[in-house]
Design a protein around this ligand. Structure first.
Ligand code: DAH
Length: 357
């Protein structure tokens, strides 16, 4: 619509015809632009509108070409008017863009149902080996055993010599254990902790030592080269084989249930006399019942006490009696859950591990 006050100015002669035309066109472009922007409904339309108004061939740009016909002294006023108009159009474009963005944001979450319960998070759980270790340790602690530790990189004295294991024993062979250049080795059993404990404890001694042990074993369904043991040692006056049997039977029945069958087979270990291997009858669902060896045990050989006394420079242990045992923790887990292949315990396959949560 033509601006009436402008027509009046022309009529009065206070503006030139050229200025009149320019101002008239500029105000027309402005009102057309604003209504165009107002009608836009999406971002694409907004961009088209911007180009058709402010672009190189846009309406406002075209009007500017009429500047040539405007007398010099009137140009600054027209220039200012153009700037004002451009600013108003840009502001309208910006406001429209913000409005469209807000509408798009609202539309994007329109079908989200915030009342739907969230998906269950994957919770971590204890590794089966940790579960049996934890259970076995807590049963033995209830019976009065306390926990001791020893280094995994051990010397031959604590692994062998003090345990009455002679120089020609196969476990001392480089083919059977992992040696370092220093002569130390990765302990092939946790029995070394028996010696370390007696070196610093005053009898009676009632300790357990859960931990890792290492052997150069071929890895197969029942062997790993790094595995876990639970060592136990009880030293006092008049400790008997019946104490050993009673303790281990109680432990296994607590672990696997009161009906668990246990059998002690005579065996040989250098550091116990007599020595036994301990088997548990595995009755897994869908499997034939079979005996599984889970531990070595026996009455502490007096030669072990002698070695400890020598190392301490006292005669604290001579004349005492005791029993010791070393349980394979992987074997316990295999019995508890009927796991057929020991390697599943180290493969960290989540499909396997998730069953123990
Ligand atoms: N150290 C033995 C092994 O690794 C197991 C063992 C046997 C531990 C008899 C003992 C024991 O404490 O008395 O095979």
């Amino acid at each position: 619509m033509r601006d009436a006050s402008l027509t009046l100015e022309l009529w009065r002669g206070s503006v030139s015809l050229a200025e009149f035309f320019m101002k008239d066109q500029i105000s027309r472009v402005e009102s057309e632009a604003l209504s165009l922007i107002d009608g836009v409904t999406d971002m694409r339309g907004l961009e088209d509108a911007r180009v058709s108004i402010l672009g190189k061939k846009g309406a406002l740009t075209k009007v500017m070409s009429g500047m040539r016909d405007v007398p010099k002294e009137e140009r600054p006023a027209i220039g200012q008017l153009v700037n004002k108009t451009r600013a108003a159009i840009e502001k309208a474009l910006q406001e429209k863009e913000a409005l469209l963005q807000r509408q798009a944001d609202v539309a994007a979450v329109a079908d989200v149902d915030v009342t739907i319960p969230s998906r269950a998070l994957f919770k971590g759980g204890m590794h089966p080996l940790s579960i049996v270790r934890y259970e076995a340790v807590s049963i033995l602690r209830r019976m009065g055993f306390s926990i001791e530790e020893g280094p995994e990189i051990e010397d031959e004295f604590h692994c062998f010599d003090a345990l009455n294991t002679p120089k020609d024993h196969p476990a001392r062979n480089e083919k059977d254990s992992f040696y370092f250049d220093s002569g130390k080795l990765l302990r092939p059993h946790t029995s070394s902790v028996q010696i370390r404990s007696m070196e610093h404890l005053t009898p009676p001694v009632r300790i357990i030592a859960p931990g890792a042990a290492y052997r150069r074993d071929e890895i197969d369904a029942t062997h790993l080269s790094a595995f876990s043991q639970l060592e136990g040692l009880y030293v006092d006056r008049d400790v008997r084989v019946s104490d050993l049997k009673g303790t281990l039977e109680y432990l296994l029945k607590e672990l696997f249930g009161p009906g668990t069958e246990v059998r002690f087979r005579p065996h040989f270990f250098p550091f116990t006399e007599p020595s036994f291997e301990l088997d548990v009858k595995l009755c897994a669902v869908g499997q034939k019942p079979r005996w599984i060896e889970i531990a070595g045990c026996g009455m502490v050989d007096p030669a072990v006490f002698e070695a400890v006394d020598m190392s301490r420079g006292s005669s604290m242990y001579s004349g005492l009696t005791g029993f010791a045992f070393g349980i394979g923790l992987e074997r316990l887990a295999m019995i508890k859950w009927g796991i057929k292949d020991i390697r599943s315990l180290i493969e960290n396959d989540v499909r396997f591990l998730a069953q123990f949560q």
